[in-house]
Design a protein around this ligand. Structure first.
Ligand SMILES: NC(=O)c1ccc[n+]([C@@H]2O[C@H](COP(=O)([O-])OP(=O)(O)OC[C@H]3O[C@@H](n4cnc5c(N)ncnc54)[C@H](OP(=O)(O)O)[C@@H]3O)[C@@H](O)[C@H]2O)c1
Length: 390
């Protein structure tokens, strides 16, 4: 049966890989809708090649230009942030692949969850800030969530070896990023260029910086807490620099089941689209004899304070997770723009968390208010000219 797919964030690293995967899957899969934020040239090329029926450009500044580039009678062009929600609600969408970066993808994910769609989620930030809400809406509507994050895809696959109640522990692997061997002193002087050089994964800039601070792993702990409805005490992180084992599930009898593969997002993307089937795809096969050794270490929680905070935030939940995410998004933006140093990212997050009082069971409006409060707090702190921020 034909499966119609909408990709939110088609111009990003996950989005472009997803299009390659869909192309290789053949006629059973059709690109129905695409969304981009600002890369109109690439979106126009994708329109020409994949012929979607709907596109959305979420940054309204590009609305006129995208009409000029691709405007014709066969395509509906949606503009502004709500364009993603309109796509998510289309009756024709069978699978919504969420590949936008940051919390901007949340309203569309909630809309698709309400409509009972299959959500293939790479965009982890909405799960971090509103995991419970998303899960509840999916349950109510009879929809489903398939993880695209490689760790969560690995956990999802490994969990199929036993019953949920037989799980002893979920072990998320982390490459450790480019700075995994540095001390607290050494990490103070790293540059933007060094932070953007990930040793094993080729990803968009925000998640690459999140991997360097290990905030990405912190988010993944929170993501796992919601996706698999697991108490935080059953979640663990181990550094595995080769990024071959994507994560593991330990069962009560002591068996540990892992999923292995090359560090290539095409595999988890494809599995989320074809599940429960497995089909041949474009991913290069792993040859264990070429790998040789696989190594594992404990993460250094003194150097990577963001990861330590992630476990605490996963336990607290509520609006604390919203602040944790929004402060990071705002701080990473400042770092990528060259206005703060690498170590300031976690300092800013800590500052916002310290100023915040947690609230549980909040509405979407309260959640979004907290998100903008944290972003403003980052700006205020920077404008106050705090000494350490140079
Ligand atoms: N890359 C990976 O290997 C990987 C692995 C696991 C999970 N993830 C997660 O997947 C998500 C996407 O990551 P990525 O690396 O693919 O990011 P990316 O390369 O930076 O791409 C981000 C996409 O989101 C769009 N976008 C940016 N800001 C937006 C906004 N305010 N509103 C709507 N759309 C917006 C971009 O559009 P324009 O380019 O047109 O501006 C682009 O299509 C993130 O949540 C990340 O944590 C990524």
């Amino acid at each position: 049966m034909l499966k119609k797919i909408a990709i939110l964030g088609s111009t990003g690293s996950i989005g472009t890989n997803a299009l390659r995967v869909i192309e290789a899957l053949g006629d059973e899969y059709q690109v129905l809708a695409l969304s981009a934020h600002s890369n109109i040239e690439l979106l126009a090329q994708q329109v020409k090649k994949y012929k979607p029926e709907f596109i959305a450009i979420t940054n309204p500044d590009y609305a006129k230009e995208i009409h000029e580039l691709v405007g014709n009678n066969d395509i509906e062009i949606l503009t502004g942030p709500n364009g993603m929600v309109e796509i998510a609600q289309l009756d024709e969408v069978d699978i919504l692949l969420a590949a936008v970066v940051g919390s901007a993808g949340l309203p569309a994910l909630l809309a698709a969850a309400e409509k009972g769609k299959r959500l293939a989620i790479a965009n982890k930030e909405p799960l971090v800030i509103a995991g419970q809400m998303l899960l509840e809406k999916t349950k109510e509507s009879g929809g489903s969530i398939l993880p695209v994050d490689s760790e969560h895809s690995a956990i999802f696959q490994s969990m199929q070896s036993g019953k949920r109640e037989e799980i002893y522990k979920i072990i998320l692997t982390a490459s450790g990023g480019p700075f995994r061997k540095l001390s607290s002193k050494e990490i103070e002087n790293v540059t933007r260029e060094q932070a953007l050089e990930h040793p094993t994964w080729d990803m968009g800039p925000k998640i690459t910086v999140d991997s360097a601070t290990m905030m990405n792993k912190a988010f993944e702990v929170i993501e796992a807490r919601w996706l698999f409805d697991m108490p935080v005490d059953k979640l663990d992180v181990v550094i595995h620099p080769e990024s071959i084992i994507h994560s593991l599930v330990e069962f009560v009898d002591g068996s540990i089941i892992a999923q292995l593969g090359k560090p290539d997002m095409c595999l988890p993307i494809q599995y989320a689209l074809t599940y429960p089937e497995r089909v041949e795809g474009i991913v290069n096969r792993l040859r264990l004899e070429e790998i040789g050794n696989l190594t594992f270490f404990e993460p250094n929680l003194e150097v990577f304070r963001g990861l330590k905070l992630g476990f605490e935030v996963a336990r607290t939940g509520g609006t604390t997770a919203v602040v944790f995410n929004a402060a990071n998004e705002a701080a990473v933006e400042e770092f990528l723009a060259g206005r703060i140093r690498f170590v300031n990212i976690v300092e800013l997050i800590e500052h916002c968390l310290n100023k915040h009082s947690n609230k549980n069971d909040v509405s979407l409006e309260e959640l979004l208010e907290t998100d903008s409060w944290a972003r403003k707090e980052v700006k205020n702190y920077l404008q106050s000219g705090h000494k350490s921020l140079i």
